[in-house]
Design a protein around this ligand. Structure first.
Ligand code: ZN
Length: 118
């Protein structure tokens, strides 16, 4: 067998072809992605969601918050997007509060090729 035909390791992917969490190996089932309790991506996302909740509680009447993309959100998007490995992602997240406790997130993300302007 030549190197060209050697079998490559199979990555865990969900039904949508998205890869597993780069840290804990969690694979989405189409609805949920349950990270290990020790996964830093999950911890960061939980902390970000708590910050969003706190922000809306301290801004009564506000329905929209725009904030920078976090490290964990960037890691999840990089794993789920077709951009080449190593391409930096930057952007913002628009968090909309439908009712207290129910929020949506819209990602305004841009890939910056290596050597491109950040
Ligand atoms: Zn994880």
């Amino acid at each position: 067998m030549t190197a060209h035909n050697e079998a490559r390791p199979v990555e865990a992917r969900n039904a949508f072809g998205l890869p597993a969490c780069s840290d804990c190996g969690a694979v989405a089932d189409g609805i949920n992605l349950r990270h290990d309790d020790s996964c830093p991506i999950a911890r960061d996302i939980d902390a970000t969601m708590a910050e969003d909740r706190d922000w809306f509680e301290s801004h009564p009447g506000a329905t929209e918050r725009r904030r920078p993309l976090t490290w964990a959100e960037r890691e999840v998007l990089k794993a789920a997007s077709p951009v080449p490995e190593g391409t930096p992602l930057r952007g913002n997240v628009v968090v909309r509060q439908i009712v207290p406790g129910v929020r949506t997130r819209h990602f305004e993300v841009y890939a910056t090729p290596r050597g491109g302007v950040a």
